[in-house]
Design a protein around this ligand. Structure first.
Ligand code: CA
Length: 512
């Protein structure tokens, strides 16, 4: 693996400067001499609250590796992705800032880097403390592509959801800029977005192949096992196999752990799986291994990837002093609702709603954390409200970086929640795919009108929930986690108060 050089000088300088009060507290409480654990975030793509067996005993998929982490680390019941679709959710996690402040939605193919160059990001914060960082897998936050002649073709040709890009539009001798490296990572390997061109791997600033023109529809027809959409044509690797993406990026992430564990410096790995998002392409080893069709098999493969990362951390001898987080960037894909009828498997489990929705199923996600030396252990269940936006302030706190104004504006240090279940977050803004917002306050969820996809008739009969087209939706999650009963009529004053607060947050600059 061609990794950039370590930043030894910077690390030594940071060590000489000493550790912060927060870091000393960590060391004092745990008896560890280290205040710089390795950090690993495994972010799965569209994995649902009902897909994993540690949260849903009725799941038709067994997830033994994640279940084992739940038994040894901590698992959260009320963790949320910052948005209900990929790009904004990832933006918020890496910047600690609500994505709607920048009005970012799901990026179409060939979009420019969505994270501004001067934005302080999580890898930049950790780099300032001597960490080496890598992003492996899905990115979906844009790159600055090497357009031939420096001019981007019109959106109508390349960027309206269905790409018609061809190889001759690019100058591949020039580097692909921006992307993960532009956002502060030292190393990137992945395929950006598996259902969008380029249908190829990118390593740092270059494709790993000499690209040819690849037809998305042909790939889909020949290889995809279930549903989904490929966003058109574009440059790609000759003979590209969609099913080699997960095994390849998993192996890269494992290699990275082994390589970096030899260094005296800590590392930060953002392993962003492309599964179980479409294209649904489980490898043969997992086909027909679950009772939830190819999607279920792909969830099982995702679980195994988590197991491989855990095994690599243990084999490298760094598991005890690594903060490992496993979660999902949003709820399960809308077309997976069909699994309820076909396989009696509800990917949202006990929750109403799916990816894109303000309802809990859109953003309440599986969440696991482990850091044995740091007191995140013993298989504890955490019911405190968490957001993936909070990973920024939490990790910054662990390494002793104080956050300036204008940095990670919506991120809270949730270490007390992870260590002892102590609630930190009392409010949370929900973000639908269409930009509509909702607000969580304690047990109450208030959803503005229009932030949920209409439900098919069969599902309405099955779920027996109140209509979603009311002027506002208000749910008491302590009594009604399934969000069947809209209480807006019974509590008009609460609706008014929460709407007012939501508007206030929208007008403000920060929530921390
Ligand atoms: Ca996603």
């Amino acid at each position: 693996m061609n990794l950039p050089q370590f930043h030894i000088f910077r690390t030594s300088a940071c060590l000489l400067l000493g550790v912060s009060v927060i870091s000393e507290a960590v060391a004092g409480e745990t008896g560890s001499t280290s205040s710089k654990p390795n950090m690993v975030i495994i972010l799965t793509d569209d994995l649902g609250y009902g897909d994993v067996s540690f949260l849903n005993a009725e799941s038709k998929v067994k997830t033994p590796h994640m279940d084992a982490l739940a038994e040894s680390g901590v698992w959260a019941t009320d963790a949320h992705s910052p948005s209900t679709v990929c790009s904004p959710s990832r933006y918020a996690m890496l910047t600690g800032r609500y994505s709607w402040r920048k009005k970012i939605g799901r990026l179409n193919p060939w979009k420019e880097s969505a994270i501004q160059k001067d934005r302080v990001t999580l890898p930049k914060i950790l780099k300032s403390k001597g960490y080496h960082s890598a992003c492996v897998g899905k990115w979906h936050l844009g790159f600055d592509w090497p357009w031939k002649g420096g001019e981007k073709p019109p959106e109508s040709v390349i960027g309206k959801g269905t790409s018609m890009a061809t190889c001759d539009m690019f100058d591949w001798s020039m580097p692909i800029k921006g992307g993960p490296l532009g956002a502060g990572f030292d190393y990137y390997f992945g395929d950006d977005v598996p259902n969008m061109p380029p249908y190829a791997f990118i390593e740092n600033g270059h494709l790993t192949c000499d690209p040819v023109n690849v037809k998305g529809a042909k790939l889909r027809k020949q290889q995809v096992m279930q549903g989904g959409y490929l966003h058109g044509d574009g440059p790609g690797e000759k003979g590209w196999r969609l099913d080699k993406v997960m095994p390849t990026i998993t192996a890269k992430a494992v290699d990275y752990i082994h390589e970096q564990s030899k260094s005296p410096n800590p590392f930060f790995l953002f392993f962003s799986t492309t599964s179980p998002h479409t294209p649904i392409v489980p490898i043969e080893e997992f086909q027909d291994t679950t009772q939830a069709g190819p999607y279920g098999d792909y969830v099982a493969q995702t679980d195994e990837a988590v197991g491989k990362i855990v095994a690599a951390l243990k084999a490298a001898g760094v598991y005890q002093d690594t903060l490992l987080v496993v979660s999902s960037d949003n709820g399960p894909a809308p077309f997976m609702r069909d699994l309820i009828q076909k396989h009696q498997h509800n990917p949202s489990g006990s929750l109403r709603g799916l990816k894109r929705d303000l309802l809990e199923g859109g953003h309440r996600v599986p969440f696991l954390a482990s850091w044995p030396k740091g007191g995140i252990k013993d298989g504890r269940r955490v019911d405190a409200t968490l957001s993936l936006t909070d990973l920024f302030a939490t990790m910054a706190g662990i390494v002793g970086v104080a956050l300036d104004e204008g940095v990670a504006e919506d991120s809270l240090d949730i270490l007390p929640s992870l260590r002892s279940g102590q609630p930190v977050r009392t409010e949370l803004v929900y973000h639908a795919a269409n930009g509509k917002l909702g607000l969580r306050q304690g047990d109450w969820a208030y959803l503005r009108k229009g932030g949920n996809t209409p439900e098919p008739e069969w599902f309405q009969e099955h779920w027996q929930g109140d209509p979603l087209d009311a002027p506002a939706l208000l749910f008491d999650l302590s009594a009604d986690l399934a969000q069947k009963k809209n209480l807006q009529d019974q509590h008009p004053e609460r609706v008014q108060q929460m709407e007012q607060r939501l508007a206030e947050i929208q007008e403000g600059q920060s929530t921390r």
